[in-house]
Design a protein around this ligand. Structure first.
Ligand code: CDP
Length: 795
């Protein structure tokens, strides 16, 4: 039993433990160009794979002729669904139990879908070969909009499925419908707003890719791939291919950003593996940017109608939401299998609301499949957007300050653990403290006065102040609630101390840039009194790491971080027995001192021993009752999720002439419980806020009526650059998680989740005096200008 580090004191004790701003160990190799990404891998005899993609969104394939491609020098093979059928690899399961074509068998269902693959001796030859593959299509009418897709005469996307007579996938609901209706019937005030969370793409810098290498000598398949979940992918690979799992090795080397995009398995991986198996040579497949945006897992695409019932003085009595979800051509969302709408039912947010009801309908369309958790915990982003926007809509209706409405309704800090109306068990929180801090940092009251002045003076630029006080839910499991393809969502750590006192920590999660090689070492340093430089963290290789479910949903710290702490404590327990042997004392008299990191005899602090000396003892002089060596493994199934939170305040100027929005102030106060590395946390917040700005202002995957992706490359899918990013002012509060061994919650996703509503609230706030209640994302200048003009605010 251990209470863990004290939040008031945790300062790493000078050894790089909890709370110290340790420089990122991994950065040396990244900034010196020594990172090792999938596309850096070269193997003798390696072939290259290029995918032939459909130009049409909906079409029946009449014929595929690969003969002109095959006739080219250096082209080795042209694969189609027929070839894959021979090996029973023509389809693959999605994470939501749907079945997706690896290469199109019969009918194309979205633009750029995988139709054939060309394998050649180099990448250029593969690309030239792909251009020579001739495909005859019978083009069909597509449907790209979810509402249109559910109409009776809509083209049927999935006609190969028995019993599928329309494009409806599933209905889902949560909460108490009758109770919520009663609250609405009796309410003083009700508000309603339609809002869309547009289709986004996670857009990691590195696109997806793989190098598959079938070794016929060992009957072993090794796949180096851009994977956020190597072990889960190994199990799925084995199930799909029939190769026994112990003969499959997945290696996820350095990964250049994932953001949820690298959780699903994509056809390219399977084709590369199938080609390597058939040709008995290594095969590399790396997609291009437009292939990544147009075909791999998108995020969001929820059309939502939110409603709130409240008293006249702003007490929220009920919240209701109805959603139409566009899932694309396959149900390929990436989320725990028992949660068809992810964690959307946390839509009561940071507020103590008695009645809540949510309903959702999901539809197939002729668009790429997806619904991945883009830097968020499975649809919590959509939920936070909904409630934080609705609070602002209510505040405007009641002519109240939105911070007042928030304060009135916050779950009080002494009400935790708190069970929400939709069944979530919040671990801890102090929402008012974070809001107070953010308002103070943002000079809130002064900006409110300035806002009034500008309206009175008919100024050219209006001022808007937006707030969001969000709560996240991160760290899936528990395993009983959360599984991926049936595998419970625990995570793991394996800690081995060497005779010379340094150690290797192997973890089941994989990093894509979040700094795990540093922060996980800090956890061990804290828990064993070792120096952070004496611990190396390994991840991403299924042959050596313990089984884990991967990195997404900010689950690394809550789950694998906990496993690392528990494994270190197990080592500490054994270390006590060795210390007793070395110090010639009884084991129960040995105490460990977190401050000094040493073991000593109770009442005799000078009779002490370090972990380095203990490590030597474990290998050279182990006690008779103990096994030699010093190591431990922990598979951690979290008892609950963790609930990080924060308050963001955004001040914008809206140009009445052009509709342009400029950030005047951007304050983010986050609470992720006990902090492992404040510098890394700040980096996470900065990156996530940039992505939040991209969401609110710039990004959208769009389609025209023919199903052409019109937002499928970086000329049209606009990522924020340094030009669009303001100076962020960050702050924090610390409310430890009571059930996490080191009191930590996740943090990586808070800024992406929490910032879009703050930004939209700010822009609408600039115009709310003229009756503007909502502006859809992305809030491009033309959209904002139109809103200004419709409300007589333009000049
Ligand atoms: O799963 P993922 O790593 O994306 O998310 P996370 O657990 O929220 O962690 C993001 C980064 O912030 C990791 O390097 C964590 O170790 C670090 N972190 C921290 O220093 N202190 C916390 N309380 C939470 C995360």
């Amino acid at each position: 039993e251990d209470d863990g580090p004290d939040p008031e004191k945790h300062c790493g004790h000078g050894r790089g433990g909890m709370g110290e701003e340790v420089s990122r160990k991994e950065d040396k190799r990244f900034i010196t160009g020594r990172g090792d990404y999938v596309d850096d891998i070269k193997k003798p005899g390696m072939l290259h794979c290029e995918i032939v993609r459909s130009p049409h969104a909906h079409a029946r394939i009449e014929e595929i002729d690969g003969s002109r491609a095959m006739a080219m020098d250096d082209v080795v093979a042209v694969l189609t669904a027929d070839d894959l059928l021979e090996h029973d690899l023509a389809t693959m399961p999605t994470l939501m139990d749907d079945t997706q074509d690896v290469l199109v068998n019969d009918k194309v269902k979205f633009q750029s879908q995988e139709v054939a693959a060309v394998i050649a001796k180099d990448r250029y030859a593969a690309k030239d070969g792909a251009e020579k593959v001739e495909v005859e299509y019978d083009v069909l009418d597509p449907v790209v909009d979810a509402e249109e897709a559910l109409k009776e005469d809509a083209p049927l996307v999935r006609d190969e499925l028995e019993d599928q007579e329309d494009n409806h996938i599933f209905d889902w609901d949560t909460g108490n419908e009758e109770e919520t209706q009663r609250a609405f019937d009796a309410a003083d005030v009700t508000v309603e707003e339609d809002m869309e969370y547009q289709r986004l793409h996670p857009a990691p810098i590195e696109t997806c890719g793989a190098v598959a290498d079938w070794d016929p000598g060992k009957d072993k398949m090794t796949v180096h791939m851009t994977s956020q979940a190597p072990h889960a992918h190994r199990t799925l690979f084995s199930q799909v291919s029939g190769i026994p799992e112990h003969k499959v090795r997945i290696v996820s080397p350095d990964v250049g950003g994932g953001f949820g995009n690298k959780v699903p398995i994509y056809p390219g991986y399977v084709v590369a593996a199938a080609a390597s198996y058939v040709l008995e040579q290594p095969v590399k497949w790396v997609e291009e940017r437009s292939e990544n945006i147009q075909t791999t897992g998108f995020a969001r695409d929820y059309e939502m109608t939110g409603e709130i019932a409240a008293t006249e003085d702003g007490e929220i009595e009920a919240v209701r939401v109805d959603v139409l979800a566009n899932h694309g051509a396959y149900n390929a969302a990436a989320q725990p299998s028992k949660f068809p709408a992810g964690f959307f039912n946390i839509f009561t947010g940071s507020y103590d609301i008695d009645a809540a009801y949510g309903s959702l309908t999901a539809a197939f369309t002729n668009t790429a499949p997806g619904g991945v958790a883009y830097r968020c915990s499975f649809r919590v982003t959509e939920a936070v957007y909904l409630i934080e926007r609705m609070v602002k809509v209510l505040a405007d209706e009641l002519d109240m300050d939105p911070t007042e409405v928030r304060r009135k309704n916050f779950i009080p800090s002494d009400a935790f653990p708190y069970e929400s109306a939709t069944g979530w068990n919040y671990d801890s929180g102090d929402y008012e403290k974070a809001l107070d801090k953010a308002l103070e940092m943002a000079d809130y009251e002064e900006y409110r006065e300035e806002q009034r002045r500008r309206i009175e003076n008919d100024a050219d630029k209006l001022l808007g102040i937006g707030v969001s006080s969000f709560t996240e839910v991160v760290g899936a499991g528990p395993g009983k609630q959360c599984d991926i393809a049936g595998i419970e969502m625990f995570d793991s750590a394996d800690l081995r101390v060497n005779p010379t006192g340094n150690a290797v920590l192997r973890v089941g999660v994989q990093t894509q840039g979040q700094g795990h090689e540093t922060t996980f070492a800090q956890i061990v340093a804290e828990e064993l009194g070792m120096d952070v430089d004496d611990i190396v963290v390994e991840h991403g290789d299924t042959d050596t790491e313990p089984y884990g479910l991967g990195t997404y949903g900010s689950r690394s710290t809550p789950v694998a971080g906990a496993a690392a702490a528990v494994a270190a404590r197990k080592v500490r327990d054994k270390a006590k027995s060795i210390a007793a042997n070395e110090l010639e004392a009884a084991e129960e008299d040995i105490e460990w001192d977190r401050e000094s990191g040493e073991f000593h005899v109770a009442g005799a602090p000078d009779r002490s021993i370090t972990i380095t000396e203990i490590a030597a003892g474990a290998f050279m002089n182990h006690p008779d009752q103990e096994e030699p060596g010093l190591e431990a493994t922990n598979y951690y199934d979290p008892p609950e999720m963790t609930y990080p939170f924060g308050s963001y305040v955004v001040v914008v100027e809206v140009d009445r002439e052009t509709g342009e929005v400029e950030f005047e102030k951007f304050v983010a106060v986050d609470d992720c419980g006990n902090r492992i590395n404040p510098m890394i946390i700040e980096g996470q917040i900065h990156g996530g806020l940039a992505q939040g700005i991209g969401t609110a202002m710039l990004e959208e995957v769009t389609y025209d009526d023919n199903g052409n992706v019109t937002g499928g490359d970086f000329m049209n899918y606009l990522l924020p650059t340094a030009n669009e990013i303001p100076n962020f002012e960050t702050g924090h509060t610390v409310t430890p998680s009571p059930h996490h061994p080191i009191g930590a919650k996740g943090v990586g996703e808070s800024p992406t989740v929490g910032s879009p509503p703050a930004i939209v609230n700010a822009v609408t706030d600039a115009m709310s005096h003229a009756g503007v209640s909502h502006v859809e994302m992305p809030m491009t200048p033309d959209r904002v200008w139109k809103t200004l003009s419709e409300h007589g605010l333009d000049i």
